[in-house]
Write a protein that binds this ligand. Structure first.
Ligand SMILES: Nc1ncnc2c1ncn2[C@@H]1O[C@H](COP(=O)(O)OP(=O)(O)OP(=O)(O)O)[C@@H](O)[C@H]1O
Length: 247
């Protein structure tokens, strides 16, 4: 396929990416592709390189070797930041501000008009069930409320790509379900989503999986393809059979 056509038909293209921290190599020759309005799940145990890869796809970091394209542009590129909604693993919120004020602060980074900004904040608060607590200080929030607020901040400017580093870690099943319902709504609206997870049930909900172990991609494809390739009944079994060990 022509290079330009390939870049248009895929939202994310990762090709032969390596990344080291000092002398320690943490990603080895990673190649992955993801179509538009699809969900990519990066699956792997702690330390396997999920966050490192997520940061490369978000354009926050650059590979030592190989290339990353997002929405047809080679990363990193500053102008792409407005087209990405990024949620880091640790909540980056201001405890001394209310949820609404936190949202106002982050929304100011995007070119939304004053009334549009106010409207978007209210829509997102409603979406994530945070309206009753919107004017409370975030330091009084529970972990689950903070995660929802962080997701809300990533959704504020209606980006075409969401990049979420373990958005449901530590959440109870009901909250996880709420977040997944929202991810599906976003996908139906055309948003492409890249998510990292340890959870097997979440892996089943993705369109494409990238299975990582010790910085290497040991399997990729749809959950069905990955299971078929490993002749396994479950994703967990496939992960073990493909050499991943336990999660
Ligand atoms: N800034 C850094 N400097 C040095 N080593 C790092 C740095 N960031 C990550 N690493 C190392 O890179 C490897 C991959 O880390 P990474 O955070 O990408 O894994 P992960 O799969 O996201 O883990 P977790 O599920 O625990 O978040 C680990 O061995 C980690 O110790």
């Amino acid at each position: 396929m022509e290079e330009a056509t390939k870049r248009n038909t895929h939202c994310v293209i990762v090709e032969h990416v390596d990344r080291s921290y000092g002398r320690k190599q943490v990603l080895f020759d990673i190649s992955l592709r993801l179509g538009h309005a699809q969900i990519l799940g990066l699956l792997g145990p702690s330390g396997s390189g999920k966050t490192t890869l997520i940061r490369l796809v978000a354009g926050i970091d650059r590979p030592d070797r190989g290339v990353v394209h997002l929405l047809g542009e080679r990363l990193p590129r500053l102008s792409m930041m407005g087209r990405i909604g990024y949620m880091a693993q640790a909540d980056a919120l201001y405890g001394d501000l209310t949820a609404r004020e936190n949202m106002g602060f982050f929304a100011s980074m995007y070119p939304l008009g004053r009334s549009r900004k106010k409207e978007r904040i209210q829509v997102v608060l409603d979406l994530l069930g945070l309206t009753p607590d919107a004017d409370r200080l975030v330091r009084e929030y529970s972990g689950g409320m903070k995660r929802r607020l962080s997701l809300g901040i990533a959704l504020l400017h209606q980006p075409p790509v969401l990049i979420l580093d373990e958005p449901t870690i530590g959440l109870d099943p009901l909250l996880r379900q709420t977040i997944w319902e929202e991810l599906y709504r976003q996908k139906d609206a055309g948003v492409t989503i890249i998510i990292s997870t340890h959870a097997m049930d979440e892996a089943e909900k993705c369109d494409t999986l990238g299975m990582l172990r010790e910085g290497r991609l040991i399997g990729s494809g749809s959950p069905g393809e990955v299971k078929a390739a490993a002749d396994a009944q479950t994703i967990e079994e496939a992960f073990i059979r493909l050499g991943g060990g336990g999660l």
